[in-house]
Design a protein. Structure first.
Length: 311
């Protein structure tokens, strides 16, 4: 069988609200996530030796079973019962690591979709979703991608559609020397805000309903202007990480931005624009300063899909 290629796009958080703590120790969230046109790729080749081997162009990433690609492959194979299934996988990274862009989760989602096809297993979308939810909170979103409300730990999804006549675009910044640990960010959030967490399911549901009706959803659909974006982890990370404060200040200087925020647990930052031309102009205007402060930067569009097989 021929090699199979899968695209694994990054996400940003257009909204991240920490509602409270769950009995499983995770946080109850109300989020809007958005796939973007910055993507890794996986090339898969089948073998029949029971080995799942991974090669990656980034030396700092482990390629053993701690990598979400291998974890996803091992889970899929275990659920299939066919122990002889194997694959050689080549991962090309473009999404920065530990950036709040769900690069690892998207790679894992791409492995689930790609190996399900490569090995002819025929697992249905719902079965892939439940495996993804076991592997990580962001991974179910990364399977479908696009624009989605994400509740629970992040795994309960409600699809939205963005304004497709003029899809927004973004200017993305990440300092290569800095990454933020997701468990640390949630732990710090609990220390700082735990006393104010909601506890009752009725209160969680009231916040979910408020988000479903929020002006943000109107802006995403192309009806109405963009409100300021909310990310509760930004309030936790910003005071602690100097490059996050610097990056936000730089992005706020861009002309014509619709909103500026941190993605996920950071430290990636983004400014939204009405279209790709405006994002590129803002990028060109500030390119020297991004370089001076040592930031990597990208301009990209919104994407309407998550991990997907390439023709
Ligand atoms: C920050 C976000 O990227 C926003 O989309 C996600 O919430 C993080 O999702 P993720 O990286 O897939 O997270 P997981 O691998 O499931 O969990 C990593 C750690 O983050 C914390 N965590 C994660 C998700 C959640 N709803 N509550 C949490 O408290 C827990 O300490 C957990 O041990
Ligand atoms: N395929 C992978 N790509 C990137 N990181 C991976 C992968 N597999 C496992 N990891 C581990 O996951 C950790 C977080 O990486 P990732 O790039 O997904 O962070 P993130 O973008 O902050 O994730 P999220 O937004 O989901 O919290 C890293 O420490 C890395 O070692």
């Amino acid at each position: 069988m021929a090699d199979l290629c899968v695209r694994a796009p990054a996400k940003i958080n257009l909204h991240l609200e920490v509602l409270g703590l769950r009995p499983d120790g995770f946080h109850e969230l109300a989020m809007v996530m958005q796939s973007i046109d910055l993507a890794d790729s996986l090339r898969l080749r089948p073998t029949a030796d029971g080995q799942i081997s991974l090669q990656c162009d980034r030396a700092e990433l482990p390629t053993d079973s701690s990598n979400l690609v291998v974890k996803a492959g091992e889970m899929l194979r275990a659920r299939s019962g066919f122990t002889e299934l194997g694959a050689q996988i080549v991962l090309e990274k473009r999404i920065p690591i530990g950036a709040g862009l769900a690069g690892g989760s998207s790679n894992g989602a791409a492995a689930l979709i790609g190996l399900n096809e490569l090995w002819g297993l025929g697992f249905k979308s719902q079965e892939l979703h439940s495996m993804a939810a076991e592997l990580g909170s962001d991974m179910p979103f990364c399977l479908d991608g696009g624009t989605q409300l994400c509740f629970g730990r992040g795994e309960l999804l409600e699809a939205l559609a963005f304004n497709s006549t003029e899809p927004p675009a973004l200017l993305l910044l990440k300092h290569p020397g800095v990454s933020v640990s997701t468990p640390w960010a949630y732990g710090r959030c609990k220390e700082l805000r735990g006393d104010f967490y909601l506890e009752a399911e009725a209160d969680f549901e009231q916040r979910r309903q408020a988000l479903r009706q929020a002006p943000l959803l109107g802006a995403i659909a192309g009806n109405g202007s963009w409100p300021p974006l909310r990310n509760d982890l930004q309030a936790v990370v910003e005071p602690e990480v100097e490059t996050v404060r610097q990056g936000l200040a730089l992005l706020r200087q861009t002309e014509q931005h619709l909103a500026v925020a941190m993605s996920g647990s950071g430290p990636s930052l983004f400014a939204l624009f009405s279209n790709l031309d405006q994002a590129r102009t803002a990028h060109a205007d500030l390119a020297e300063r991004f370089e001076l402060y040592g930031f990597e930067s990208w301009c990209c569009g919104f994407s309407d899909r998550g991990a997907s097989l390439l023709p």
